[in-house]
Design a protein around this ligand. Structure first.
Ligand SMILES: *Cc1c(COP(=O)(O)O)cnc(C)c1O
Length: 404
């Protein structure tokens, strides 16, 4: 019998990373700005921009740092209001508070995506938005961009969990003005910690580069597309020289050495992650008590976990279900039920304003989260699906049979 897999164990890092790290150990050259050119961090930026199809990339210490710098780079007045979905990770409103702005929360529907009516209703009183594609679920970017473009409101995409996801064939993270990604261990590329922002806007990237800690003339080591320093980028750096604070959120060469050999693995990870997810979704959807929301039609997902709603179950049954799965070796997180959950908006007590989001709250009270690392085998996926289905059956009892 296959045992429930350890869903927290990571995939091994490609061995090419070892050689790159050995070189760094020999040279001691760990700081991105020591070498005159081609530091691992700079090469990572060029490769990542090329992978996603943008002009510029800036690698930093985390996705949260990328979100913070993106907000600061927008040059908004202090206390500007920034709209975000009410279902996201606590680090997202935190980046807004850190930037001296005010988070505004909108409703999220049962399918984990932004409620466009509530988003539109709140849009006239905000100066920027962060679209957090939570757990890689893409909100309706056509509607969001049309609404924001009509009002000239800049869109930052929190694509931390969306590397490899596309919308109408276009990479998530390239639709808004800036896209931010994470290299934290639970994301598609694992460096323990790390993040990167991408954009086509020379002025925005110049501001972000300087604030990330490119002091004096270190910005000269940041290149545009094809390695050249375009006049527009040079002019932007010259414009902002000495005018911005340095927050020092740089990435180390060691992290870049761990990230770069994983880039060629991404397409496989995305393919396997989606196949695994869809296989488990198909099995779970055979239960009348489980609903895995469908992707939006333009969306091609890149999941490494699965989310589903429990249908027609009371809170005590939902708690009993989570206990039953855990007893069998599969951990289910119900976002709204576990104590101090960082994805439940009522736990963000650091917010300057509070929000009443009844629809989001209702969703969080029945939405379940199970990790499905892309390396799992079909047998391991079956063990997980069997345990989830058996646990839901145990808690709800046999389904009544109506008629014939
Ligand atoms: C992981 C994650 C973050 C934070 O990323 P860090 O690199 O840990 O700062 C932000 N938003 C979402 C949607 C995430 O999944």
């Amino acid at each position: 019998m296959t045992l429930p897999p350890n869903v927290h164990a990571a995939e091994p890092i490609p061995t090419a990373a070892k050689d790159a790290i050995d070189d760094l150990m020999q040279s001691g050259d760990l700081f991105r700005y020591t070498a005159p050119q081609d530091a691992p961090v700079a090469l990572l930026e060029a490769e990542f921009a090329e992978l996603l199809g943008t002009k510029y990339a800036l690698a930093v210490s985390s996705c949260s740092a990328a979100l913070f710098l993106s907000l600061k780079a927008l040059d908004l007045p202090r206390d500007a209001r920034v709209l975000i979905p009410g279902f996201t990770f606590a680090a997202v409103p935190s980046s807004i508070v850190h930037a001296d702005f005010v988070p505004v929360l909108c409703e999220v529907g049962e399918n984990y995506r932004i409620d466009i009516a509530d988003f539109e209703a709140k849009l006239d009183n905000v100066q920027a938005v962060i679209i957090s594609h939570m757990r890689g679920h893409t909100s309706d970017m056509d509607a969001i961009m049309a609404l924001c473009d009509a009002r000239n409101i800049p869109v930052i995409e929190d694509a931390a969990h969306s590397l490899g996801t596309t919308w109408h064939g276009r990479n998530i993270g390239t639709i808004g003005k800036v896209g931010c990604f994470s290299f934290q261990s639970y994301k598609m590329i694992n460096a323990g910690e790390g993040g990167i922002l991408i954009t086509n806007d020379a002025d925005l990237v110049a501001r972000a580069v300087i604030m990330s800690g490119a002091y004096e003339h270190n910005w000269k080591k940041h290149k545009g597309p094809q390695g050249d320093n375009s006049p527009e980028l040079e002019e932007a750096f010259a414009r902002w020289q000495n005018k911005l604070p340095l927050y020092n959120l740089r990435l180390s060469n060691l992290s870049a050495a761990v990230i770069r050999p994983q880039i060629p693995e991404l397409a496989r990870r995305v393919r396997d992650g989606l196949a695994n997810h869809d296989y488990v979704a198909g099995r779970l959807n055979t239960s009348p008590h489980i609903e895995v929301p469908a992707p939006l039609p333009p969306e091609q997902r890149a999941p490494d976990s699965i989310q589903f709603n429990l249908v027609g179950m009371q809170e005590h049954e939902i708690r009993a279900f989570a206990e039953a799965t855990e007893a069998r070796g599969v951990k289910v997180q119900v976002f709204g039920l576990s104590e101090d959950n960082a994805r439940a908006f009522w736990n963000w007590k650091f917010l300057p304003e509070t929000f009443d989001l009844p629809r989001t709250r209702e969703m969080l009270m029945k939405a379940c989260d199970v990790r499905l690392p892309v390396r799992l085998t079909r047998d391991e996926l079956d063990v997980i699906a069997d345990i989830l289905l058996a646990s839901v059956g145990e808690v709800t009892g046999p389904m009544p049979v109506y008629g014939t």
